[in-house]
Design a protein. Structure first.
Length: 392
């Protein structure tokens, strides 16, 4: 300030340059401080982010390791279930399927697990009808059911008008076996293969008893008691346990000299071995190198080790499954006990569906039939079950 002569005080005007300079300095300092604070905050956030990111990455890596470990365990368990047919869990069964080529066609059998049949109607069938279904197993361990009856047998020669040659007019079979054999031989004749002869069909219990007693008579000089019976069983089935007594089996030969020609080595025999399944017919007792070395010996399952030109009607659906799986009848029914609901596909198209339910021992049964099915076969298996086979 300055004082003039009149004693008045006048405020000096501020220097604008100095004011601007101070303002600039202030702004610079403010900016520096702001940048510093921003940098500090940014670094803090960045460090925190890096820390959290690393922790997340580590956690993810740990979780991934744990997940892969669990996944591998699940895969191993699934593979074990897939290849282990003794596993009775529904989850394992649903994973299973079996494939095989028959000629140029791929057949696939899928286990449907515990799934029920869809859109069904109900039919009523008597026990006597089911015994004539074709899948009844009879062997040394499973004799004929006590209520088995042979009243429905047909005489093969006269019924066919002798278009199916027979040894004599005593050769009889149940109708489903006769029909299948007739169709098969008609198809063979269409390919120029004839001279088949049915050497033997159904045996009565009296006939089987006589054969067994005759065999024991030949052995009684060397054996006695239970040992004699067991030795006789090696060549002749005990009465009530012979495949011939089912009414579904037949011994095939060629005429005019049935005993002098090896049937399974003939063109006719090879054709029936190769094509019989198409008509529901299977070769009953494969043994070592019989009917040929290409066939697996099943005597350990069937209990029969002698060479027999014996064929058996089981039905088209079952024959296709047995051919695909290379099963004898014993193996097939054991398979159905473990896998009571299967579907059978040919080149991806559904051909058959098999459904096994418990045999409660009643005189009649209410049985399901899916509406899309265009045919069905029903049978007691003589192993505690009723087997339904549906065609599509």
């Amino acid at each position: 300030m300055r004082v003039n002569a009149n004693r008045k005080v006048h405020q000096m005007k501020r220097d604008p340059f100095k004011v601007l300079t101070k303002l600039v300095i202030f702004l610079l300092v403010f900016m520096v401080v702001g940048v510093g604070v921003f940098y500090f905050c940014s670094k803090t956030i960045e460090n925190d982010y890096i820390t959290k990111r690393n922790a997340t990455i580590q956690k993810n890596e740990e979780d991934e390791v744990a997940f892969n470990t669990r996944l591998n365990e699940m895969r191993a368990s699934a593979n074990e279930n897939f290849f282990t047919t003794d596993d009775d869990s529904a989850a394992a069964k649903q994973l299973q399927y079996w494939e095989g080529n028959i000629g140029e066609n791929l057949w696939r059998i899928e286990d449907d697990g515990t799934t029920a049949l869809e859109n069904t109607t109900t039919i009523v069938a008597s026990r006597s009808e089911l015994l004539l279904g074709g899948l009844m197993l009879v062997n040394a361990w499973h004799p004929l059911p006590s209520d088995f009856s042979d009243e429905a047998l047909v005489t093969v020669g006269s019924t066919s008008g002798y278009k199916v040659p027979v040894k004599d007019n005593s050769v009889t079979l149940f109708r489903p076996a006769y029909d299948a054999l007739y169709e098969a031989l008609e198809a063979a004749a269409g390919e120029g293969l004839e001279k088949y002869i049915v050497q033997e069909g159904y045996r009565t219990n009296d006939q089987q008893t006589k054969l067994f007693n005759d065999r024991m008579a030949k052995l009684q000089d060397r054996y006695s008691g239970d040992i004699l019976i067991e030795q006789a069983k090696k060549d002749v089935n005990y009465p009530g346990t012979s495949e011939y007594q089912t009414g579904f089996s037949f011994n095939m030969r060629l005429y005019p000299n049935p005993e002098s020609i090896d049937f399974v080595e003939s063109d006719q025999g090879k054709w029936l071995l190769e094509n019989g399944w198409r008509y529901g017919i299977v070769f009953r007792f494969p043994t070592r190198d019989f009917p040929s070395a290409a066939w697996e010996d099943k005597s350990y399952k069937t209990g029969v080790s002698v060479e027999l030109n014996l064929f058996r009607y089981v039905g088209e659906a079952h024959a296709a499954a047995m051919r695909t799986m290379n099963f004898c009848l014993e193996e097939y029914i054991e398979f159905l006990i473990k896998h009571p609901h299967i579907s059978i596909y040919e080149n991806g198209s559904l051909r058959y569906e098999i459904f096994r339910i418990a045999d409660t021992g009643e005189a009649s049964f209410e049985l399901p039939v899916p509406n899309p099915a265009n045919g069905y076969q029903m049978s007691l298996d003589n192993m505690g079950g009723i087997v339904m086979a549906y065609s599509y």
